[in-house]
Design a protein around this ligand. Structure first.
Ligand code: DQA
Length: 166
């Protein structure tokens, strides 16, 4: 059983019936192209590498992870509704939706469990249009700029938030 990083409390058993809590790791548009998409910005890791890294981090933290990607705003919002209904924590890389999707923000505002925004790059150090996140204000926090490590740190934050709530 993995100890929570902040409190030392175990997070395993946070889910119904003593099962490991499931975290949805949701990825928005163009993130299926990781590996070949602007590698000087996003690195050479693929979405499969993101999924494997999240699975390993989840194992260490006692969390089950369900990694998904879509280019479709409606599908992403449907997954957010599913998380809200199921009280599932979410790690979300909203990709470009970060900067303009009020529909996504409104869906996230209905959340019932921890939400951590994540970015591979550091949007604050890039073009001006990337400096604003419409998601940040409804998230518990944001991890940005660390490549794959951003996802690991976000999962650690979710584990800490779940332990705090338990
Ligand atoms: C991103 C940053 C966004 O600005 C961009 O639109 C993406 C990826 C990141 O992970 O660094 O698609 O979310």
């Amino acid at each position: 059983m993995a100890p929570d990083l902040e409190t030392g409390a175990a997070v395993q058993g946070a889910g119904p019936g003593g099962a490991a809590a499931t975290v949805l790791v949701l990825n928005g548009p163009n993130l299926s192209r990781l590996g070949t998409r602007e590698p000087e910005i996003y690195g050479t890791a693929t979405l499969a590498d993101v999924a494997a890294t999240c699975a390993d981090a989840g194992d260490a933290l006692g969390l089950a992870v369900d990694v998904r990607q879509t280019d479709d705003e409606a599908e992403l919002i449907a997954w957010i509704h599913q998380a809200a209904d199921g009280r599932l924590p979410v790690v979300l890389n909203p990709a470009a939706f970060t900067h303009y999707s009020y529909a996504l923000r409104d869906a996230l505002a209905m959340r019932t469990a921890p939400l951590v925004e994540v970015h591979l790059s550091n949007p604050a150090a890039r073009e001006t249009f990337r400096h604003n996140s419409v998601v940040a204000g409804v998230a518990d926090g944001t991890v940005a700029g660390f490549g794959l490590l951003s996802y690991v740190l976000a999962l650690r934050a979710v584990a800490a938030l779940l332990a705090r709530r338990a």
